[in-house]
Design a protein around this ligand. Structure first.
Ligand code: ATR
Length: 311
């Protein structure tokens, strides 16, 4: 063997060998490829790259989605790089969703209302921040249960960032009322206050002794669990409200997607409730971002299936 036959590079076992140039040279990333990606720290766990790249390939788009491990003290430089390198945009995840706003030229209405950005679009030399979490949730309701929030009574369990995004989205979609129940009731009050004026909004304590929560659950058309309770590895915990409080006609949603069948979803199924599991919101917040970047309808089903295959 000589060093020129490729053996020293360990390539001799690859299918087709180096002689089959066509299989290696098939275009994947080219000189013309448009680049998007995701900024986060950590980022290695992200499922967005395979999900978006599957969608680009399915639609035969000359785009690629790349993960970027961006530390907080380098965020400003990374955002400047979106402009200077001509990227079409980025997704933004923990811990940059709030701090990135300072470096953007414009914010859409949802991002302004939520005080958080998960998608940046580079358009005409400007960086515009969006928040697609709420629209992703609405799309999961519609595609997976055929339900829109208009005129519906909605109860949200939890009062973190995801709860706020969902509360704002259902209020914006003309829900009849929104009740926010949280262990720390002050945070529920803050979420309810931020959508007050858009729809009837009320905060109640998340407690098995609270009759107002029980009454709200009896009336609920849509119930959304947004706390971290039931997430792997602590997935063997009982649901956050008594199973008997679930009304069998309520559409029950859990945004926790690891595991897909949370104890909360299992309890809802036992009660006979229709359910929506959590991977839809994750897939479709990505689908909405995809549409903002490409101006093309995202392949929703493919993105959801890709995500499910990876979870
Ligand atoms: P995210 O931004 O992903 O929504 P978060 O801001 O950390 O996450 O919010 C987590 C939510 O889960 C909060 O509503 C939290 O309740 P508190 O505001 O009282 O902390 C809720 N949560 C977490 N652990 C909980 C538990 N063991 N019981 C009830 N609620 C819990």
């Amino acid at each position: 063997m000589t060093p020129t036959d490729g053996t020293h590079l360990g390539h001799q076992d690859r299918p087709g060998g180096q002689g089959n140039v066509e299989s290696w040279a098939a275009p994947f990333v080219k000189g013309t490829t448009t680049v998007v990606g995701v900024f986060g720290d950590p980022i290695a766990h992200s499922l967005s790259p395979p999900m978006h790249n599957a969608a680009f390939r399915y639609l035969n788009l000359d785009w690629v989605y790349v993960p970027f491990h961006v530390a907080s003290d380098r965020l400003a430089q990374a955002v400047a790089g979106v402009k200077s390198m001509g990227m079409a945009g980025v997704n933004v995840t923990v811990p940059h969703k709030v701090s990135i706003m300072a470096y953007l030229d414009e914010l859409d209405e949802a991002a302004r209302a939520l005080g958080a950005v998960n998608t940046v679009v580079h358009r005409n030399g400007r960086l515009i921040g969006y928040n697609t979490d709420g629209r992703g949730f609405l799309r999961s309701l519609e595609l997976e249960a055929g339900v829109t929030p208009k005129g519906r009574h909605v109860v949200i369990l939890g009062a973190g960032g995801a709860a706020l995004a969902i509360a704002w989205a259902v209020a914006d979609a003309n829900a009849a009322s929104v009740v926010v129940a949280n262990r720390t009731v002050e945070k529920a009050e803050a979420v309810a206050a931020s959508i007050d004026g858009m729809t009837a909004a009320q905060a109640v304590p998340l407690s098995e002794n609270d009759s107002s929560l029980k009454a709200a659950l009896e009336q609920a058309d849509i119930l959304v669990h947004t706390t971290s309770v039931g997430m792997r590895p602590n997935h063997d915990v009982p649901p956050i409200v008594p199973e008997t409080w679930l009304n069998p006609t309520t559409l029950v949603c859990d945004i926790v997607y690891t595991p897909r069948e949370t104890t909360f979803i299992q309890a809802a199924r036992r009660r006979g409730c229709p359910v929506v599991t959590g991977e839809g919101m994750l897939a479709f917040q990505g689908a909405v971002a995809f549409e903002l970047w490409t101006n093309q309808k995202a392949p929703d089903e493919l993105m959801l299936k890709t995500l499910r295959s990876l979870l």
